[in-house]
Every structure is written in C-alpha cells, then in structure tokens.
Design a protein around this ligand. Structure first.
Ligand SMILES: *[C@@H]1O[C@H](CO)[C@@H](O)[C@H](O)[C@H]1NC(C)=O
Ligand SMILES: *[C@@H]1O[C@H](CO)[C@@H](O)[C@H](O)[C@H]1NC(C)=O
Ligand SMILES: *[C@@H]1O[C@H](CO)[C@@H](O)[C@H](O)[C@H]1NC(C)=O
Ligand SMILES: *[C@@H]1O[C@H](CO)[C@@H](O)[C@H](O)[C@H]1NC(C)=O
Length: 375
C-alpha cells in the first residue's frame, strides 16, 4: 500500500515534468545551459524554437550579467513573429576574462517563458586544471567517506570504546542526520526544488548525488559506532549534561522551525537551511569534547588517528581544490568573500592538527601499541 502510493507520486512527478517539457517545446529553448570556454576563445550557442512554435508578437533581449567576462555578438531577437518552428538563432560568445557569468534574456511578450532561456558561462585559464580539480574532488570524497571506518574497526578490535568521546558521537549523529535531511529534501522533493529555483532562478542545484551518498553513509557509520558503545566496554563514559543542553537547544530551535513551516510562516526550504546552519554549528564544536578528553586523560587511546589522518587529507584536498578553482576562474571572492566554506575547512584541519600533535607528540609514550589504527 505504502509502496504503491510512493510509486503513484513518483509517476505523477514524471508526468508533471513531461507536461512542463511539452509547454516549453511550443515556445523557445536553448541548445545548452552550460557553456565552458577557454580564455580568449569563442563558443557558439543557440536559441531554438520548439517543433510546435507559434509566432509570438514581441522581441527577446539578451543581457550579459558581467560584461567584462564574456561578450555576445547579438543583443537579442528583435522580431519573434518571423521565427518558424525548429529554427535556430546562433549567438557567438567571446570569453574576455576568467570567471563565471550568466547570460539571461527578457522578453516584451509574456508568452515567452524567459526563465528557461539562459546560459551559464564559465571562462577558465587552464584546461587540465578542470580535470585535475575534479579528480581531487573524488579523492577527498573517498577520504572523507572512508574516514569513519578506522574508528569502528578500532572499537571492534579492542572490544572497548573507552577513550572515544560520547559527546562527539552524539553531536556527529545529529549533524549528519540534519545534513542528510537538507540533501535529501533539496534533491528529492519537487516543491523544495521549485522554491529553490524561484529564489535562485539560474542557480545550480546545490546538492549532487555524491553529497547524498556521503551524508547517508555517514549517518549509518556513526550509528554503527554508537551501537558499539552499547555493546563494548565503556567504563563510566556517558553523554555530558553540557552536550545534552546544547542538543536540547538545537532540538527546540528546529521544533519551532517545523511549526513555523507547518503554519506557513516560513517556507520548508527555510527549515532545510536552518538544519544546515545547525549542522555547521555542530561542525565547529564537535571536536572540542574529544580534544579536552584526550587532554584530561593525557592519552589518545581509543580515539582513532586513522579517522583524523583521513579527515585531514580530505580537508587539505578540499581547500586545494578551492584554491585551484579560484585561480582557474579568477574567483578569489569564493574563498575570501564566503567564510563558511573555506573557513570551516580550515577550522577542521586545525583540529586535525591538534589531534595529530596529541597522538604523535604530546601523549606519544602513553599510547597502547598493540592496535594498528592507533599508531
Ligand atoms: C521539427 O523537428 C521535429 C523533430 O525534430 C519534426 O518531427 C517536426 O516535423 C519538425 N517540424 C517542422 C515544422 O519542421
Ligand atoms: C503586436 O504588438 C504591438 C505593440 O506591442 C501592437 O501594436 C500590435 O497590434 C500587435 N500585433 C498583433 C498582431 O497582435
Ligand atoms: C553571431 O555569430 C553567429 C555565429 O558565428 C552568426 O551565425 C550570427 O549571424 C551572428 N549574429 C549577429 C547578429 O551578428
Ligand atoms: C522584462 O521585461 C518586462 C516587460 O518588458 C519588464 O516589465 C521587466 O521589468 C523586465 N525584467 C527584467 C528583469 O529586466
């Protein structure tokens, strides 16, 4: 029954998508939305009429958002009424400086859906840097995903979770559940995607399939690690009152947000963003209890350094990717203008360095040498 209704709703989504496409087909389309051009090169794109296009009384104008990055050889289509079905109007785009710019259109006729007639132009300096950057992206994705295993392995091997901080684990599970909600919601729920496109008409969808994989996988592995805490020896370790209060505050905040969204005071998309802000806050604080615990015990026994080394590798590579992209697209603003992405990366790497120092320098001689992943 439940499955059936899911299939039905999936089916109706498909139908909606098809119907939308048909409406577009009768009007104007573009041959591509994404245009990547080497600096000083030229690309030709086209605006095309659908097979059932009916002449429209009006004109279409073309605007380049950042005219220093790209130039077009045409200001638009002055007379839409002379176009025929299946007709293509070529437009030449010249790349004049590295960066990203939108080229969008507007029409004097409301019959044209201009929201779909746009080009996202990316002008790069060096071609191989694009592939290199993509490869780095996959490597840090793998490093971060694998980083959950050493801790679980070490717990299993020791049959003990002594030394692993429970506050860290519980902050982590809440953080990754919220991150999964954000990713799944924005990827799978049509109403949320629609609201996102309304707010950022030519924006890229911020969620990709590998983000979903990463988040859900992280939830599963963190749950496994928490389950280990119930099975294996744990001494007198428990979740601290401070952590419970902090999690309670997050819970209260999100519960209020759910009610506000339920009563339509805010949109569900805002709720998703609140989830992501809580997740960011958790990323900032989650390592503190573990670092303090290591300091109190003067030991990192039970806290897997393998996890930290992989996290560190991922963090360094993700920052390297941001720097390479900033150079290739001349977009240093994305690093220095938006502190969340780069700043968070830097913050995590700083904590990893602290853990590496605790493990290999400060409390080196107290380490239990019989476990592979703790070396
Ligand atoms: C437009 O192209 C489609 C296939 O691409 C074709 O079926 C249709 O007959 C064409 N229409 C006209 C008016 O040429
Ligand atoms: C087309 O629009 C113009 C003004 O925008 C108007 O004067 C003219 O009558 C319209 N023609 C048709 C066929 O609708
Ligand atoms: C712009 O360039 C394209 C492709 O080179 C060409 O076909 C088109 O006629 C040009 N448009 C104008 C308005 O010059
Ligand atoms: C697009 O054109 C319409 C009608 O000509 C005008 O009212 C509207 O403000 C324009 N929109 C933009 C974003 O320029």
């Amino acid at each position: 029954m439940k499955m059936n209704s899911k299939i039905t709703s999936l089916f109706s989504c498909v139908v909606i998508v098809l119907v939308r496409k048909c409406i577009c087909d009768s009007s104007l389309l573009v041959n591509t939305h994404d245009v990547t051009i080497k600096l000083k090169d030229v690309a030709v794109v086209s605006i095309i009429t659908g097979p059932s296009y009916t002449p429209i009384n009006g004109s279409l104008s073309i605007t380049v958002q950042h005219s220093d990055i790209a130039k077009v050889n045409s200001t638009g289509i002055t007379d839409l009424s002379i176009l025929e079905p299946n007709q293509s109007t070529p437009i030449e785009i010249t790349a004049s400086s590295p960066g990203k710019t939108d080229i969008y259109t507007n029409s004097t006729s409301s019959l044209v859906n201009v929201n779909d007639i746009y080009f996202k132009v990316t002008v790069y300096r060096v071609q191989w840097l694009i592939k290199f950057s993509t490869a780095i992206g996959w490597i840090y994705f793998v490093a971060w995903s694998v980083s959950f295993y050493p801790q679980a392995y070490s717990n299993w091997k020791r049959k003990s979770v002594i030394g692993l901080n429970f506050d860290f684990l519980h902050l982590n599970i809440v953080g990754f559940v919220l991150y999964s909600i954000f990713n799944l919601g924005l990827y799978f729920i049509p109403e949320l995607r629609e609201e996102y496109t309304n707010r950022y008409p030519r924006g890229l969808n911020p969620v990709q399939v590998n983000d979903i994989f990463f988040a859900v996988h992280a939830v599963i592995l963190t749950l496994v690690t928490i389950a280990q805490c119930y099975i294996y020896e744990k001494g007198d370790q428990r979740v601290s009152t401070t952590a419970k209060v902090i999690l309670g505050i997050f819970g209260l905040f999100l519960t209020i947000s759910i009610f506000l969204a339920g009563f339509k005071v805010i949109h569900w998309l805002d709720f998703l963003y609140y989830c992501s802000y809580v997740k960011l806050t958790i990323t900032l604080i989650k390592y503190i209890p573990q670092a303090y615990m290591n300091y109190k015990r003067k030991s990192t026994d039970g806290w897997s350094i393998g996890n930290i080394l992989l996290d560190f590798t991922g963090g360094i590579l993700s920052m390297l990717q941001m720097i390479l992209n900033a150079y290739n697209y001349d977009d240093w603003q994305s690093i220095f203008g938006d502190p969340t992405k780069f700043g968070l990366g830097l913050f995590s790497v700083a904590f990893d360095i602290l853990f590496i120092l605790q493990h290999y320098v400060f409390y080196r001689h107290r380490s239990d040498s019989q476990y592979v992943f703790q070396q």
